[in-house]
Each structure stands twice: as C-alpha cells, then as structure tokens.
Design a protein around this ligand. Sequence first.
Ligand code: ARG
Length: 461
Amino acid sequence: MSNRMWGGRFSESPDAIMEEINASIDFDRALASQDIAGSKAHAEMLAKAGIISTEDARKIIDGLDQIAAEIEEGRFTFSRNLEDIHMNVEARLAELIGDAAGRLHTARSRNDQVATDFRLWVRDALDDLDRQILALMNALVAKAAKHAGTVMPGFTHLQSAQPVTFGHHMLAYVEMFARDRSRFRDCRVRLNECPLGAAALAGTAFPIDRKMTAAALGFDRPAANSLDAVSDRDFAMEALSAASICAIHLSRFAEEIVIWSSAQFRFVKLSDKFTTGSSIMPQKRNPDAAELVRAKAGRIIGALNALMVVMKGLPLAYSKDMQEDKEQVFDALPSLSLSLAAMAGMVADLQPNEARLREAAGIGFSTATDLADWLVREAGLPFREAHHITGRIVAEAEALEVDLGEMPLEALRKVYPKLDATVFDVLSVDASVASRVSEGGTAPDNVRQRASEWQARLAQE
Ligand code: ARG
C-alpha cells in the first residue's frame, strides 16, 4: 500500500531501507505530549476562525485526549512505517474519529508542527535545568557559608599560588552557575516565539489566528517570518551552547573533585552515596559520579558540534537533515540535568578535610606574595624590587629545606637587612587570607558576606 498521507502521488511503497533511514519515531515519540498540545491548540483555532466546524474540532480534541491517555498508559502502538510522531498521532486519530481527523492538518504542515513541538520540548527542558542549577547553587552556598574560613591552597598552573578559602572556591562556582542560569533564561526568551501557522514555508491562504495558537501554547508571540519559523534551529543550538558552557563548568569542578579526593591530596571526602568500590582492590573509593559528570561534558559539547554541522549548509527552508536535530538535544539536555543533580548531591555530602587543607595551603611558599607586600608596605620598596628580594629568600628557604615562616630571622636578614620579626605576622596562611579584603577577595569576612548575600537572593525564589 502506498502512503496514506501522500499516496495520491505515489504508486509504489517505500523500500525497507528508505523506511529505516526516514523513520524518526524511535526518538521523536518523546514529543508526543507537545505534539498533542500543539494539535489541540490548532484545532481550537481552526474552529474559532470558522475553518472547520465546532463539531469536528470537538471530535478531534476528544480523540487527541484519548491518544494522550493511550500513550501515557503505554497502550499506544508506535509504528515505524508511519515515520514520525506527527503521522502516528494523526493516523490513530483517523482510526478513532474517522473523517474529521483529516481536517486537522488544514493550514498546517509537519514543518511548522515539528518546529513548534521541538520548541515546547526544549522550553520544558530549560525550565527543568533552571531548577537543577538553583538546587546546585543552594548546595554550594551552604558549603561556602560553613567553610568561609577554611583555608586551602589556591593554585595557578596547578602549582602552589596563594592560600584561599574553601568557601571562596565554592562561591567561584556559584558565580559560574548563576551565569549559566542567566544564559538559559536568555535562550528561553528568544525561543519563545511560535512557528505554528507558518505552514510548509510560505504561510497559508486560510484565515488563521496565529496569536491565538501562540498564546494557547504559552508562547510570547507568533514567529514573524514563515520561512524563518520553519528553518530556525537557533533555539536548539543556543540551548546546546549554554548547556556546553554549563557542562564545562561542571566538568572543571568534577576534575577538581577527582584530584582532591585522591589519597595523595586528601582535600575532601566524598560520601559513600557518591562513590563506588572496586571488585579487586578493597581500599578503593572511586569518584565515579564526578568522572561521569566530566565525561558527559564531552557528550554535550559533541551534541552542539553535531547539530551545528548538520545545520551549516542547509538552504531555506526545511530540509530533512533537520530531523537529526532532536537526538542530540534529547541526549544532551537530560545528560546535563543528571550531571547537575549528581553534582548537587556530591556537594551536599562533601566533607573538606580542614586539617589537611590548612597543611597543604602552606606548602610551596604560598605566602611569598605576602612577604613581598610586606617589603612594599614596611620598607617602602617598589613591588618589582620586593618581588626580586622575596625570590632570593624563597631560593634560600628552598636550600635550607624550610618554609618561609620557619626561616631564622638571621637568614632573612642576610638577604635583606631591614627585615624584622614583624614579617612573621604576615607569613601564616591565616594572615594571608585574612588580608585579602579587596572586593571579591578571599578574606573569610568577605566570603561570609557574599555567601549570605547569595543565601538571601536564592531564598527569594
Ligand atoms: N519528522 C520530521 C522532522 O523531524 C517532521 C517534519 C517532516 N517534514 C517534511 N517536510 N518531511 O523533521
């Protein structure tokens, strides 16, 4: 039998391979509820505009509700020879209500239909991500408030740099995730225009009311240009771009957790709930969740690349290539959502090892900058000269195999005679962090203040 949707023009059935390459139902069935919502809004509008009868619209809407229930309850048979979700739903509607089903597709094409469904799906996913990011930010801020004064090593090049606080480190990620959230929100604003009514590409001769369908589906307005409405996948690329950036933030943090939880670092302990053991090595507590969060970033960035490469050569308007947009997004956004949830769980349970962090914070002459600053402040030296003298003191300390704070005053004076015992006041890691009071700096009071600002802000949501 030739195709029931376009069989008029065809005498032969499609080849089995044609069906296989063409069918999208295996993945676009995820759009079922969006497709039904879109069709209901369209049917109501067609009736209101007098394009179909109220009677037919009623039958269509009841039939669609029945299909929604069948899908929900797992009683719906999806078939591959009906290609995609749109034709599966319409074919079932015809079985249920007969001829009236054939009127639903008036003034509509699968091109504006799929663009609408997909936007609705992405919009829901963005709303879910917004909640997940908020939950993670709450977990980070709580940790930050608790550990505003917990000293830890700060690194550049993964080399000992200057002491910071654990709370400050947590709040660095809060800032990143706040930007991620705002990117997703921006994306949602641009996404929220309704393609329905663009029809295949040129609009329609029927007197449709696009504002009505747009409003019924929660869109801000109809998309302005019919060609753009059916060809645009910016919203998907933009969502994947924002998702990729967010995934990169998660991945950097995951990488730190992997390093920090190793036996050689011992900076943090992950809970049993977010680690796994080994089938052979009894001592193991592996940070699998963090590793998988790190890996998912690769997948999400891959999805963005895949979609951009699919889109980049397509002339206007719709091409079937665009059917390949969905799997990337269906994989990437839930992967990000799961990563965010896993990270929130890890953070909530994370136990910083305060003694070890403090000890590690002092390793590697991490207060050398404080010594140079002392020379600027107390001896009036230009910073460059102070830097040079401090470098020589560090070399001396290295030769003596002691930390800066453990250097005998005599040894310090040998390098720079004007040094006196008050210099030791600035060489401890606590003095170092306490002194970093500049706006955005790591001083515990700053961190406490910033954490409580965040707490107040997030509590309002
Ligand atoms: N399954 C198709 C997709 O996802 C629906 C649109 C088909 N349109 C067409 N003109 N063949 O893109």
